[in-house]
Design a binder for this molecule. Structure first.
Ligand code: 0O2
Length: 202
């Protein structure tokens, strides 16, 4: 039996609705301005195994309530943009959506982590017209939305690879090279945005 119990299908519905609203915004932007606001949008329900492991890590019982109310990233969306300012445009759009409450935001774009990680994280509550795992009706389901540029995304994938690889002899050297690379990419992201503005100004 899945840790999400009878809410497994509901999670898919809530996620697909959220994805639908954000991708409609992308299409509207293309129609009105001729440019997409993001390059791609990935989404997933955290696997049963990962959610059980996360419950253990957080010393929570492996229950529907832990998975759907205490831990708030059962639904995960990652939006990857070409430019840094598109991240903040999307954050503003998501914050203004009806039926969505922002629970927590972490701006690792303006305040990068010490290892160089950059990304904007939002935890949102999605109001639904039916019961949630706490028994509230109307209920709330939660989603984590990560927003980052293509450069930040490619960096995070590489750093993630290093973090999860056990036997690396030169971890310290790689970490410091990764940090240097993150800073260079951040600088290129800003330059790319400036070049884009110059092109679009004509
Ligand atoms: P997974 O499998 O990717 O979902 P939390 O543990 O979520 O309650 P935390 O760690 O304070 O709280 O949340 P934060 O900082 O918002 O990070 C959540 C997710 O962001 C992580 O998910 C990673 O996906 C990503 N992330 C955060 N920091 C880094 C980093 O330094 N490098 C990379 N590559 N990714 C990062 P999980 O839960 O670790 O796992």
């Amino acid at each position: 039996m899945s840790i999400y119990g009878k809410y497994e299908n509901t999670l898919e519905t809530v996620m697909n609705d959220l994805v639908g609203v954000i991708s409609s915004y992308n299409n509207q932007r293309y129609e009105s301005k001729g440019h997409h606001i993001y390059e791609h949008l990935n989404y997933r329900i955290k696997s049963d195994e990962s959610m059980r492991e996360k419950c253990d890590r957080k010393s929570l019982p492996q229950t529907e309530q832990s998975a759907l109310c205490e831990i708030k990233d059962a639904i995960g969306l990652r939006i990857v943009t070409r430019f840094v300012d598109d991240i903040f445009d999307l954050v503003y759009f998501i914050e203004s959506l009806e039926g969505i409450t922002v629970i927590n935001e972490k701006d690792y774009v303006r305040n990068p982590k010490d290892n160089g990680y950059r990304s904007y994280h939002m935890i949102v509550g999605v109001n639904v017209p039916f019961e949630d795992a706490k028994g509230d009706n109307p209920g709330t389901f939660y989603a984590e939305i990560q927003l980052r540029t293509i450069a930040m995304d490619s960096w995070a994938a590489l750093e993630h690879e290093m973090t999860y690889k056990r036997d690396i002899s030169s971890r310290e050297l790689i970490s410091s090279e990764l940090k240097r690379c993150a800073d260079e990419l951040a600088s290129c992201d800003i330059t790319m945005q400036t070049i884009r503005d110059l092109i679009r100004e004509g």
